[in-house]
Design a protein around this ligand. Structure first.
Ligand SMILES: [Zn+2]
Length: 342
C-alpha cells in the first residue's frame, strides 16, 4: 500500500471556540441548522456566510469565483456545506477548515469533491483541510438518526469486499490486497464492538464512526480506488436515486442496499441483519417511505443500470428473478417482525 496520511483531526468539546480563535479572515459555507447553534460560539466571525445548497458543478464554479478578500475557507455542516467548502478551497487555493455537524459524512475525509452534472456525480479537484474539527456538542445536537446513518459507508465494506472478490480476474479490478481486506474486516468488526455506543450516539460511537471514515479516506486516497469499501450496495442506492429522483439520507439508503445485497451474495445475512438491528439505523423500505413496488422496480432495473454505468463487476450485475423474490420476501419479513435480535 502506498503511503497514506490521514487528515489532521480533532474530536472533543469546545472545538468551535478554540479553533475559530486561530482562523485568518474567512468565508464560511454552512448548513442552516448547525449554523444557528455554532454561529454564536465562533470567537472570530466569518467575513461572509454562504448557505450551501446544490452541488451543481456550474454553480460551485461561480461561487468559487465570487470569493474575494478572505484568507481561508470554512465548512460547517453536513455533506453539502463540507463539499462546497472543499470545492472552493481547491479552486481558490485557500486553506480549509472543516467542522462536521453530523457523523454521516465521509466526504470530510476525502480529497476529491463529488459534484453533480446532469444528475450524475463526478469527482473533481482535491483539497486537504488544515483540520477536521469534530465538535461533540455540535454533533450531539444533530438528530440521532443522522449520526447513526454514518454506519452505512462502513457496513458497505462487508458487501464491497465480497464484490471485490467476485471481480477478481477482470482487467480493471485491482488484485485483492491483504492490508485492505484486513481494514475492511476490522472496520466491520469495529461496528460490532461499538454497536451499543453507536445506537446511543454517544462520544464513543461518534469517535468510532469518524475515525473509521478518516481511515477509509486516507487509504482510498493512497490506493486510488474504493473496492475495499463499496460495491453493489452503492449501486442499489444510485439506481434508486436515478429511477425515483429522490435523495434520501445516504447512509440509510446504503444500509438498505447492504441488506439487499447480502441476500444476493448469500453473505452472512442473519449476522448482518442482527448487526444493523443493534445499530438502530433506519433502513427498511417502510422506514424510508419506499413502497415495495418501487423497491421491486429498482431491483429489476439494477443489472441493466450497472452495465450502463460501467460499474466494476458485482453481484448487482446479475440478479435472477429468484434472488429478487428472496430479497423482497426477506425484507417483508423484517418489516413485519423487526430485524433479528442478538
Ligand atoms: Zn457512500
Amino acid at each position: 500500500m502506498k503511503d497514506s496520511q490521514p487528515f489532521p483531526f480533532e474530536i472533543g468539546h469546545g472545538l468551535i471556540e478554540r479553533v475559530s480563535e486561530q482562523l485568518p479572515p474567512y468565508v464560511a459555507f454552512v448548513a442552516p441548522e448547525p449554523w444557528e447553534l455554532a454561529g454564536a460560539r465562533l470567537r472570530r466571525v466569518p467575513r461572509r456566510v454562504v448557505e450551501a445548497g446544490a452541488l451543481e458543478h456550474g454553480y460551485l464554479d461561480e461561487l468559487a469565483a465570487s470569493v474575494v478578500g478572505v484568507e481561508a475557507v470554512v465548512g460547517l455542516g453536513g455533506g453539502s456545506a463540507l463539499d462546497t467548502a472543499k470545492f472552493v478551497a481547491w479552486r481558490t487555493g485557500l486553506p480549509l477548515w472543516q467542522f462536521p455537524s453530523i457523523a454521516s459524512v465521509d466526504a470530510v475525509f476525502t480529497r476529491p469533491v463529488g459534484v453533480r452534472e446532469e444528475r450524475r456525480v463526478r469527482y473533481v479537484g482535491s483539497a486537504i483541510p488544515q483540520l477536521v474539527a469534530a465538535d461533540l456538542d455540535l454533533l450531539c445536537a444533530a438528530p440521532p438518526e443522522l449520526n447513526r446513518a454514518g454506519v452505512g459507508d462502513i457496513l458497505s465494506c462487508h458487501t464491497g469486499l465480497h464484490d471485490w472478490r467476485l471481480a477478481q480476474g477482470d482487467a480493471e479490478a485491482p488484485p485483492l490486497d491483504g492490508e485492505l481486506v484486513d481494514l475492511s474486516l476490522r472496520l466491520v468488526a469495529g461496528l460490532r464492538r461499538h454497536a451499543g455506543a453507536i445506537a446511543a450516539v454517544d462520544e464513543e460511537g461518534l469517535t468510532f464512526i469518524l475515525g473509521a471514515y478518516r481511515e477509509e479516506g486516507a487509504v482510498g486516497d493512497a490506493v486510488g480506488h474504493s473496492y475495499f469499501e463499496e460495491g453493489s450496495e452503492h449501486y442499489v442506492a444510485y439506481c434508486f436515486e436515478r429511477l425515483t429522483g429522490r435523495h434520501l439520507v445516504h447512509g440509510e439508503l446504503i444500509t438498505l442496499g447492504v441488506l439487499a445485497m447480502v441476500i444476493a451474495q448469500d453473505n452472512a445475512v442473519e449476522e448482518t441483519a442482527t448487526l444493523v438491528g443493534s445499530l438502530r439505523v433506519r433502513c427498511l423500505p417502510g422506514e424510508l417511505d419506499i413502497s415495495y413496488a418501487v423497491f421491486d422496480e429498482v431491483l429489476k432495473a439494477l443489472p441493466a443500470y450497472c452495465a450502463q454505468e460501467g460499474f466494476p463487476r458485482s453481484v448487482a450485475h446479475t440478479l435472477p428473478d429468484k434472488t429478487r423474490g428472496a430479497i423482497l420476501a426477506q425484507f417483508a419479513a423484517w418489516e413485519r417482525g423487526g430485524l433479528p435480535r442478538p
